[in-house]
Design a protein. Structure first.
Length: 166
């Protein structure tokens, strides 16, 4: 007889998960991701110092006052990492959102209609993937100037994420 309690289902899930070695790796990875996300969300409450203010001597080693030490301007590195996690996660979630909003409908349309549209979209995506991002950014910066590089590199990363759904 199958137990229908939610706690039993959770226990069965974890029992199956940890039967193999990859289950442990999955669990550890999930815990790191959850920790990183919680650290980013609660950075204003957890951060001991303002990340942009000078709070100590420049390049001080890790100690009881500064867990990761300070940078060359005397700013707390631990606080800067916590606030940097907020920015990194925000960019990741926004990129995945844009890729889902554009990539899923484009992929569905291409797969449903097929024919010339599918071939054209595949050709465009293959052309985008054929250029390594950093080399293309350097070449464009050489031609158009460094100001364009600031816009291009995030744009190409967005295009790569966008086309992952195709």
């Amino acid at each position: 007889m199958e137990n229908k309690f939610f706690s039993h289902k959770i226990g069965s899930f974890f029992k199956e998960l940890f039967k193999t070695g990859t289950g442990w790796i999955t669990f550890v990875g999930a815990m790191i991701l959850i920790f990183y996300t919680l650290m980013a969300i609660f950075a204003p409450q957890l951060s001991p110092y303002n990340p942009i203010q000078r709070v100590g001597k420049a390049l001080s080693a890790p100690n009881s006052q500064f867990v990761f030490g300070t940078d060359n301007l005397g700013r707390d590195i631990f606080s800067r990492i916590m606030y940097g996690a907020r920015i990194a996660l925000s960019i990741a979630f926004i990129s995945v959102g844009f890729a889902s909003v554009f990539g899923i409908p484009l992929g569905l349309l291409s797969g449903y209609i097929g024919g010339p549209l599918d071939r054209i979209l595949t050709l465009i995506m293959d052309a985008i993937y054929s250029f390594p991002g950093l080399i293309l950014a350097i070449a464009i910066a050489a031609v158009l100037g460094q100001e364009w590089l600031i816009l291009h590199y995030p744009l190409q990363s967005f295009i790569h994420l966008l086309t992952l759904e195709l």
